[in-house]
Design a protein around this ligand. Sequence first.
Ligand code: PLP
Length: 366
Amino acid sequence: MKPLVTRNIEELRPYKPGKPIEETEREIGVKNLVKMASNENPLGPSPKAVEAIQKAAEQMHIYPDGGCYMLKERLAKHLSKYDVEPHNLIIGNGSNEVIEFIIRTFVAADENIVIGDPSFIIYRLAGISHNREEIAVPLRDDLTCDLEAIYNAVNAKTKVIFLASPNNPTGIPIYDDEFVHFMTHVRDDVIICIDEAYAEFVDDPKVLDGLQYAPYRHRLVVLRTFSKIYGLAGLRIGYGVSSADLVSYMDRVRPPFNVNRMAQIAACAALDDPAHVKKTQAVNASGRKEVEDTLTQMGVKWYPSQANFLLIDLGKPSGPVFDTLLHKGFITRQVDNYGLPNCLRVTIGTEDQNRGFIEALRESLL
Ligand SMILES: Cc1ncc(COP(=O)(O)O)c(C=O)c1O
């Protein structure tokens, strides 16, 4: 008998998200868990977004605008300093969906994608699910992205390079000086996707800002999301910025009405609340510094992050510490699936959450 599924699907191991709060509370019988596992905004969404959705709720029987007209106009205004116009934007059901579009649109059956390893696991999963070959290029020993090795790994069949800056699970960004060199040397028929899901948390001006590369948009897709700083992860909305041509190709594979009405409305409202973004940036910057300083005092190794999470190296398998933290009320993220069995990834929370986490970690390490 013929197998019911193709081998790539048989071998595909689905994405393992951070443990959901309710399910974990039921599992371990601990109440009021703090989730520091999925890099969500600890302050929640903008109140303006919540209010806009409440107002719009009565319209939920009407299909959304498939072309996201209002949101594209609003986003183009928001990104006008980068010369972004509505036709440069593709909106996805989370930026995850735009990753799917990129592979489906541009990578033919006999072509490959090049990714850093480890990097955001969805590039790999999307590649496997479409049965596309992947070339994984190890990060350097200090977990920085090795752009030179990535450049050297590109071959005649390479179609897309995925770069995450800041990277997940490390939080480490790519610096602009390295990227300029890389970008100008990569072949013109290779598309570079810079995934900047955490861009709004970056506070080092030397970090790559992919939107500044407007003249290269004919072979560049920059991804951003409303899931992180804007606190809308539960609504699933993100976007890509590219040339009008590349956007129009991706639009061909985009399912109709892929972004729901509430998400579009909330995203517009969130853009109208820069104060919430500023507050989130401030909470993250001071929280990240406090956690880093305390870890240093405790002699725990961490990696320099420009995102809203930290990768911590415990120097021993992280499973037991992860479990102890869980029973003390903190859900963190194991990163074994990223090849980092001694590490935990922890989202920066509010001041209270960070201090609670640090105390729990201290006790877990005794
Ligand atoms: C690097 C990176 N890209 C994309 C995403 C997915 O974002 P979205 O919620 O917009 O699909 C994440 C989420 O964790 C991420 O870490």
